[in-house]
Design a protein around this ligand. Structure first.
Ligand code: GAL
Length: 824
């Protein structure tokens, strides 16, 4: 039966309508992003899907929503999706579509920063290393080979999103997309070609027709309609480059990342809240936390000298627990900002400058007015008179008054509890006191130490070129023939190697000679050791081990890595120094290690190898260790404590936990509590801890990596270590402290466990901080027993902070607060 043209058109329109029935129109004006025509104040947070497991995503996203976020931001990580050119992987924790659908299921928006260069402390900034080796390819500049690859991958991602209807224009969650990343910071390095590339990025992005706005962060010359956005610890002074672009902050760094040898960062909740409130005080309307959940650099995804943990001191910790008071203090800030959304996105803005970095900003519409009082002074509190009333604004804080009369929030007054995590054993029944180990050596004697590789060249080659990132490890091997009348022969001889980026282990004639390595941000180093050579043939075998490729800076992509040389023998002939340059010798190369090729870490019985329980070696380099264990009881996150080990890689049931290096201690100096005053500008050196301790001792083992019954842990120990102290622990809330000012409510919660005791309680002017509280000069009498009665035995309790509840504290007119420390 023929259908009429009319009926066909009608059906098609119905189909189209239902296709886009949920379509959301996302646009912007100079004030804000608009969704379905409405200006929005948007709070977003970064969660990078490969830095957790798909099993963790729903909980992380739920906690983000509960924390008051509207959107989840993620980069797209090219090199894990296309590890080999045109071979793609979107499975497991690389399932981007599933991640975005989880975001959508929770009712949140998504911000998709495709890049596909992403920086992110991610190996090679997210670029596949094979790009480096493509003939004619110059990365991140106006180069046809690079642009064609970038186009191929970006289009693939956009088409994947379109197919799954994930753009808001199709009814999906993605409201904003990003091309490139902070190119403006490095553009000058690439000269005119940089500018041309940036313009190409903009045109290319627009041609993809995604129906939502594109952004380019840190790109002050971003061509319209690209929106340029700000990244940093503070962005109140940022101005978009065009009147039609809203003031957007794509990366508010909630803390910082950690490098091997680096210390643990802490950005206080007060300072983070201050930066956010300043941004909204000064006309900002979109703000994203980088990171809201940092997570873990599993596998070999960490960039050069970046630790496996990427906790970032984010509001959700590496394991997904609430990082308190940060999470809660921000949640309250989000609630109050949201309550002012209309006024902040529509009101006329007037600012009164009181001098001394003190200002009041009023947003007023016909029927509403909201105010911010800011004090950017790093040491002095200030009292201002505003519309006839007096207000005290503590140093380095912003007060928010949704009605311009009553302070609803002050960034320096934290009413959320602080929680300290503890690690506990929680061993399964019948789990022995300590783990039983098997071991086997990495077989390096056969070909490596004899200098026989797979590829040869009469030069020293970049590790990227030879290994293409297929493994951390690359052997460089050569032979030197010496006869006794060689002028280098007499006296001491030294092997001197200029290397870069990584770790080097040197072997001569089958004997280990020594090791040397680079440091974070200080890649070049020299290996120099006395060496005894034989007359005749000598074999030099160098094992270079990456700790990730660099990720940032103009030209990071061409930084030489591995052993660029020269490699020389230095001898002494009388007074004369004799140098024998081996750099242009015939070098033989071999990628990887036997144990990795034979998948010794796998649970697949095909790869079962001979392991021994006899003579378990300690401090032996290049050694594989294996043990079995039962998952700790309960549902709390699990970590493996690798104290005692040197450096290497760990797997549980074949899943990589990442690189470990507990023998690398964080620098001794620079940790002091005084330096943790939230007042004054934060940077990553300001408030650090963990000085002198292993940079990273505990490694996350996601629950989904483990099963009921027996699990297997495999370690490849490169430096030599002692596995006898290794054990599994759960991460649980141990102590909680809370502070609340009069007229507020104090809330305490042990996150799933009962409060077992109250260690400290005082209502008045208690001094000190959590863990070392002391009573001040005024203090109400019976507070400890009141709090004990209300809280002990309960999972959570809340107390109204008032004299009627807690008794008189005799503090005169000054503001009183209640401080409590409880044990979970
Ligand atoms: C930014 C970059 C991010 C991340 C951050 C530091 O410059 O855009 O990807 O690297 O620095 O954590």
């Amino acid at each position: 039966m023929a259908i009429s043209k009319f009926a066909f058109c009608f059906c098609l329109s119905i189909a189209m309508l239902s296709l886009y029935a949920n379509a959301t129109e996302v646009s912007h004006d100079g004030r804000a992003i608009t969704i379905d025509g409405k200006r929005r104040l948007l709070l977003s947070g970064s969660i990078h899907y490969p830095r957790s497991t798909s099993g963790m995503w729903p909980d992380l996203i739920r906690k983000s929503k509960e924390g008051g976020l509207d959107a989840i931001e993620t980069y797209v990580f090219w090199n894990v999706h296309e590890p080999v050119r045109r071979q793609y992987d979107f499975t497991g924790n690389l399932d981007l579509v599933r991640f975005l659908k989880t975001v959508q299921d929770e009712g949140l928006y998504a911000v998709l920063r495709i890049g596909p260069y992403v920086c992110a402390e991610w190996n090679y900034g997210g670029l596949p290393v094979w790009l480096h080796n493509l003939p004619g390819c110059e990365i991140r500049t106006a180069n046809d080979v690079y642009m064609s690859e970038m186009k191929n991958f970006t289009t693939l991602i956009v088409n994947m999103m379109k197919k799954e209807k994930l753009f808001a224009s199709q009814g999906g969650p993605i409201i904003i997309a990003q091309i490139e990343n902070e190119y403006g910071n490095v553009q000058s390095y690439y000269g005119d070609a940089g500018k041309a590339y940036m313009n190409w990025c903009s045109n290319f992005a627009q041609s993809l027709d995604i129906g939502v706005p594109w952004i380019m962060c840190q790109q002050s010359d971003a061509p319209q309609p690209m929106i340029n956005t700000c990244n940093g610890w503070y962005c109140e002074n940022f101005k978009p480059n065009n009147d039609n672009s809203p003031k957007m902050w794509t990366e508010n760094w909630t803390g910082w990342f950690k490098s091997w040898g680096g210390k643990d960062p802490l950005r206080t909740a007060e300072d983070l809240a201050f930066s956010v409130a300043r941004f909204f005080q000064t006309g900002g309307t979109f703000q994203n936390y980088y990171m809201y959940h940092g997570g873990t650099n599993f596998g070999r995804t960490a960039a050069a000298y970046i630790t496996t943990t990427y906790d970032y001191d984010a509001p959700l910790d590496e394991y997904g627990n609430l990082n308190q008071p940060k999470w809660g203090h921000l949640k309250q800030l989000h609630e109050i900002l949201k309550s002012m959304e209309y006024t902040l996105t529509h009101g006329n803005i007037t600012t009164i400058d009181f001098g001394n970095s003190v200002s009041a900003t009023m947003y007023a519409t016909n029927d509403s007015a909201s105010c911010f009082f800011g004090n950017a002074n790093s040491s002095t509190d200030h009292t201002i008179t505003f519309q006839g009333n007096k207000y005290t604004i503590p140093a380095w804080s912003v007060s928010i008054l949704p009605d311009c009369k009553t302070e609803g929030y002050n960034t320096a007054k934290v009413n959320t509890q602080t929680s300290f995590k503890v690690k506990m054993m929680n061993k399964a029944e019948d789990e022995p006191e300590s783990l039983g180990w098997l071991w086997r050596p990495e077989n390096i004697d056969d070909t490596r130490l004899q200098g026989k590789g797979e590829v040869t060249a009469n030069k020293l080659m970049d590790q990227k070129e030879v290994a293409a990132d297929a493994s951390d490890y690359l052997w460089y091997m050569t032979s030197v023939y010496l006869n006794k009348d060689d002028p280098i022969w007499s006296g001491n001889m030294t092997l001197k190697i200029n290397a870069t980026g990584f770790i080097l282990h040197a072997y001569v004639n089958g004997e280990y000679l020594g090791s040397e390595w680079a440091k974070y941000n200080d890649y070049n180093y020299v290996f120099e050791k006395n060496v005894k050579l034989n007359p005749g043939k000598n074999v030099i075998s160098l094992l270079s081990a990456t700790v990730g490729f660099p990720n940032y800076g103009g030209g990071f992509e061409v930084i030489n890595t591995g052993v660029p040389g020269p490699v020389v023998l230095v001898g002494q002939n009388g007074d004369e120094m004799v140098i024998k340059d081996l750099s242009a010798h015939k070098w033989s190369y071999e990628v990887g290690l036997h144990g990795l090729k034979n998948q010794l870490f796998s649970t697949d019985s095909r790869y079962a190898a001979k392991w021994s329980a006899e003579n378990l070696p300690i401090n032996r380099m290049m050694t594989w260790y294996k043990t079995t264990f039962k998952a700790p009881l309960g549902t709390d996150p699990v970590v493996v404590d690798l104290q005692g080990l040197g450096k290497g890689h760990a797997w549980v049931n074949g899943n990589s936990l990442g690189r470990y290096w507990p023998s690398y201690l964080a620098k001794e100096d620079g940790c002091s509590l005084e330096a943790c005053d939230y007042r004054g500008s934060y940077d990553n050196n300001k408030c650090v801890f963990n000085c002198g301790k292993p940079t990273q001792r505990w490694y996350h083992v996601p629950r989904s990596f483990m099963q009921d019954g027996e699990n297997t842990l495999v370690l490849f120990e490169e430096f030599g270590g002692n596995p006898s102290l290794v054990n599994f622990q759960t991460v649980t809330t141990g102590t909680v402290c809370a502070n609340a000012y009069e007229k507020h409510t104090l809330e305490l919660a042990c996150q799933g466990r009962p409060i077992s005791s109250i260690k400290f309680a005082s209502f008045g002017n208690p001094q000190g901080r959590c863990g070392s509280f002391e009573k001040g000069s005024c203090d109400a009498n019976n507070v400890l027993s009141i709090i004990q009665n209300e809280c002990v035995g309960k999972e959570k309790c809340s107390i109204d902070v008032s004299e009627s509840k807690l008794g008189s504290a005799n503090c005169g007119a000054s503001v009183k607060r209640l401080a409590v420390e409880a044990v979970c």
